[in-house]
Design a protein around this ligand. Structure first.
Ligand code: EPU
Length: 418
C-alpha cells in the first residue's frame, strides 16, 4: 500500500504544465473502438485508469502502442467479446463501453462498473437511453447483459444530466440508424472534447455543450489524431494548493475557461488570481475569507474539487460552507481533517468550516481519488509531517503528484507502507 509523506509549511512557487485530462481521455480512448484506421492520441495522461482502459481495448482486439504520452490505437474489423472482470470493476468509465459494444457486436455482457466510493452511482439513465434506442437488457444479478439487433436514433430525455449517460448515448448514436436527440444532456467540457474527437473521425454531432445534443448516425468513422486537453481538476487542485500555502504559481497550459466558476469563487474569497488563454497565475493572498459554495453540474462548482475547497476553507477567516449536491457520500475526508485540527462540522449534505486554523500533521487515510488529493493538499499547510495512507487512489487520476508538488517547492515523497 502506498503512502505519501508531506512536510508542511512551505509556500508553493514556480510554474508547471498540467497533465492531460482523465475524464476526457477515457471516453475518447473507448471511442476509438468505433473507428477504422489508426487513432493517435497525444497528451494522454499516464494514470492507472488510462492504463486500465488501454488493457480493455487490447482485450477487445485493438493493437496499441505507446510513445510516452502518445497512444496509437488500431481497432480490428471485429471486436472480441470478453473483457476481464477486473478491468471493468476497477473504474466507472468502463460503463461507456455499453453503447459501443451494443453497436459493434450486437450484444454485451459485463460486470457492473466500479469507481470511487462516493455515493450509490446508479446507471438507470444509461439503460433507459439505450433501451429507447432498441437495446434489450436481461435481468442479471452480477452484471449487465443486453443485446440489440440494430440501434436506432430516437428522442431521449435524461431526467438527470449525467455525464456518463450522455457520453454513452452519443457513442451509441454516432453509428446508429437515423438521428438521436438527447434532451437534458450534460454540458461538461469532457462531452465537448469527446464530440470534437468524434467529429474529427467523421461523426455528425451538434449541440454539445448545451442541453440538447443531436447526433445523425453515419456508416463509418475514420481514425484521426487528437490532442487530449489539459485536466481542469488537476489544475484546480494545484491552484488551490498554491493559495492555501499563500504561495505564488503559474499553471501554463491551464484550461481557465473550463474553471471560471471556481476561479470566481476563489476571487470572492479574496484570492489574487489572474488568468487568460495562456494559463492561470496565483499571487500570494494573505487574507482569504470563508464563503458558501455548492457543487453543481457544469458550469457550476465541480464536485471533483469539493474536497480541495474544504481544505482551502480551513485557511480562510470566518465561517465557510460547502454543500454537496451531486453525490450523497463525498465527505470522507471531514473526519481526517478533524484529526488534523481542522474545525469542520458535517450536517446532512453541508460542511461548515470555521477558519482559519493551523492544521497539525497526522497520519490520515485516503478512501477515494479526490479526497486523496485534498489530504495531500492539507499536508502542505499542516505543521510538521503528514502521512497519507492508501495513496493508490491518487494514481487513478494524477500522473505523479509528488513530482508536480516537488517542482513547486514542496517537501513530499512516496513509499510503500503496510
Ligand atoms: N446518476 C443517476 N443515474 C445514472 C447516472 C448518474 O442517478 O444513470 C447520478 C449519479 O449517481 C450522480 C449524478 O447522477 O449522483 C452525476 O453522475 P454522472 O453520471 O454525471 O457522473 P459520472 O459520469 O459517473 C463523471 C466523472 C466524475 C464526476 C462526475 C460529475 C468520469 C469518468 N467521471 O462521472 O469524476 O464526478 O462525472 O461531474 O468522467 C472523478 O474524476 O474523480 C470523478 C468521480
Amino acid at each position: 500500500m502506498s503512502a505519501i509523506h508531506i512536510t508542511g509549511g512551505r509556500k508553493l512557487k514556480g510554474s508547471l504544465f498540467v497533465q492531460g485530462s482523465k475524464n476526457a481521455a477515457l471516453p475518447i480512448l473507448a471511442a476509438t473502438l468505433l473507428t477504422e484506421g489508426i487513432c493517435i492520441l497525444d497528451n494522454c495522461p499516464q494514470i492507472a485508469d488510462v492504463l486500465e482502459m488501454i488493457e480493455i481495448l487490447k482485450e477487445l482486439g485493438c493493437i496499441i502502442w505507446q510513445e510516452e504520452k502518445r497512444v496509437y490505437v488500431l481497432t480490428p474489423e471485429r471486436l472480441n467479446t470478453h473483457i476481464d472482470k477486473k478491468h471493468i470493476t476497477s473504474m466507472r468509465s468502463s460503463i461507456v463501453l455499453l453503447g459501443i459494444l451494443l453497436r459493434e457486436n450486437g450484444f454485451v455482457s459485463m460486470e457492473y462498473p466500479g469507481g470511487c466510493v462516493i455515493g450509490e452511482r446508479p446507471i438507470d439513465m444509461h439503460i433507459y437511453g439505450l433501451t429507447k434506442m432498441g437495446a434489450v437488457f436481461e435481468k442479471c444479478e452480477n452484471g449487465l447483459k443486453a443485446s440489440a439487433k440494430q440501434l436506432r436514433g430516437t428522442d431521449i430525455v435524461l431526467k438527470i444530466a449525467s455525464v456518463g449517460a450522455t457520453e454513452n448515448l452519443i457513442l451509441a448514436a454516432v453509428k446508429a440508424k437515423g438521428c438521436t436527440r438527447i434532451y437534458g444532456a450534460a454540458k461538461e467540457p469532457e462531452i465537448v472534447h469527446l464530440c470534437d474527437f468524434l467529429r474529427k473521425c467523421g461523426a455528425k454531432i451538434q449541440g454539445d455543450g448545451t442541453e440538447k445534443i443531436s447526433v445523425e448516425g453515419v456508416l463509418e468513422l475514420k481514425g484521426c489524431g487528437y490532442l487530449i486537453p489539459a485536466d481542469r481538476i488537476v489544475t484546480g487542485t494545484y491552484v488551490m494548493s498554491a493559495l492555501a500555502t499563500k504561495g505564488s504559481m503559474k499553471v501554463n497550459n491551464a484550461p481557465a475557461k473550463e474553471l471560471e466558476c471556481v476561479l470566481y469563487d476563489l476571487k470572492r474569497m479574496g484570492a489574487d488570481i489572474r488568468w487568460d488563454e495562456e494559463g492561470i497565475e496565483v499571487y500570494p493572498s494573505d487574507k482569504l475569507m470563508g464563503i458558501s459554495v455548492e457543487t453543481r453540474v457544469y458550469p457550476g462548482f465541480p464536485t471533483d474539487l469539493q474536497s480541495m475547497m474544504l481544505v482551502l476553507m480551513t485557511q480562510a477567516e470566518g465561517m465557510g460552507y460547502v454543500k454537496e449536491t451531486i453525490y450523497e457520500n463525498r465527505f470522507h475526508i471531514v473526519e481526517e481533517l478533524q484529526k488534523m485540527n481542522g474545525k469542520l462540522f458535517l450536517s446532512q449534505n453541508t460542511v461548515s468550516i470555521e477558519g482559519p486554523s493551523q492544521l497539525q500533521g497526522n497520519v490520515v487515510t485516503a478512501r477515494e481519488l479526490r479526497g486523496n488529493a485534498a489530504l495531500i493538499m492539507a499536508g502542505l499547510i499542516a505543521e510538521g509531517t503528514t502521512t497519507v495512507l492508501n495513496c493508490q487512489y491518487i494514481k487513478r487520476g494524477y500522473e505523479d503528484i509528488c513530482r508536480d508538488l516537488s517542482c513547486l517547492n514542496a517537501l513530499v515523497y512516496e513509499n510503500e507502507e503496510g
